[in-house]
Design a protein around this ligand. Structure first.
Ligand code: BT5
Length: 252
């Protein structure tokens, strides 16, 4: 705590050596009324999760496995944009602390050299049109040198990207600072400025993409995100709007 400079995020810290998933712990704490800004960090996760019941590789001491509890004053429709907001904050912190050039892939990945260094999983609890809490889970690969074979071609860590060791405490402090900055900005001015920042840091826009949605698949050029954070993809049939799904970027 002494090394953190954020005002609200990280005021309450729950640190675990081992946990099932920091998002699960954060959701329990949030449901029990923990204050906004409470964070959960762990050295390793036994069942770290991605979206759609995928697993997240979280080796001991080699990453920042982090969840942040927010109690935002906006409605459930805006929760998906929290992922984009978090991506902007984390990307800024990474680029500031490590100097490595990372970019954001819609909606929830930060990539270096086409390899994933960060995944973000936002989960929410809401009643009618009021958000009870949002948990933003972030997995940041800091010093993983060896990935399991299925991840080796698609994943990377920051120490490998930069060729030097990275202080997890420094990076965590920067992430909480930057996340707090973007969150304060959203509360003050709405999502438009943060979505504008997202566009600048995106590596998806302007690229040929393959979209695998829940019920459809197609290809086209990613041209923009709209005010809801949905990806707009231009296809020969017209512009398709993708609110959730997986996108792969075709090699140039
Ligand atoms: C994500 O899902 O990228 C969200 C990951 C969120 C992880 C954090 S860690 C702290 C918090 N607690 C949790 O339990 N989760 C959050 P998705 O877009 O569905 O991507 C998942 C896919 O990424 C997997 O199917 C693998 O292909 C790949 N993957 C798994 N572990 C990885 C890693 N460490 N680095 C890079 N890619 C990985």
């Amino acid at each position: 705590r002494a090394q953190l400079t954020s005002a609200v995020l990280g005021q309450e810290i729950h640190y675990f050596c081992e946990v099932d998933s920091t998002n699960n712990e954060a959701k329990k704490l949030a449901a029990n009324g923990c204050p906004e800004g409470t964070i959960v960090v762990a050295e390793t996760q036994v069942t770290g999760r991605g979206r759609l019941a995928r697993s997240w590789f979280s080796p001991f001491g080699k990453g920042i496995w982090l969840s942040v509890v927010l109690r935002p004053p906006f409605g459930p429709m805006d929760a998906a944009k929290c992922t984009l907001m978090a991506a902007v904050g984390v990307n800024r912190a990474i680029n500031a602390v490590t100097g490595v050039g990372c970019g954001i892939k819609w909606p929830n990945d930060i990539l270096w050299n086409n390899r994933k260094v960060v995944g973000i999983l936002t989960e929410m609890s809401a009643e009618l049109d009021v958000i009870n809490y949002v948990v933003i889970g972030m997995g940041i690969n800091v010093s993983i040198e060896h990935f399991p074979s299925e991840l080796a071609p698609i994943a990377a860590s920051l120490s490998v990207a930069t060729g030097r060791s990275i202080s997890r405490v420094k990076l965590l402090a920067a992430i909480l600072d930057e996340l707090e900055n973007v969150y304060v900005l959203v509360k003050k001015s709405g999502f438009a400025p943060v979505l504008a920042a997202w566009r600048k840091e995106s590596i998806t826009l302007g690229r040929q993409v393959d979209v695998r949605g829940f019920d459809r698949s197609f290809s086209g050029v990613a041209i923009d995100i709209d005010a809801d954070g949905a990806l707009l993809v231009k296809t020969p049939q017209g512009v398709e709007r993708v609110l959730a799904g997986d996108v792969s970027i075709s090699p140039v």
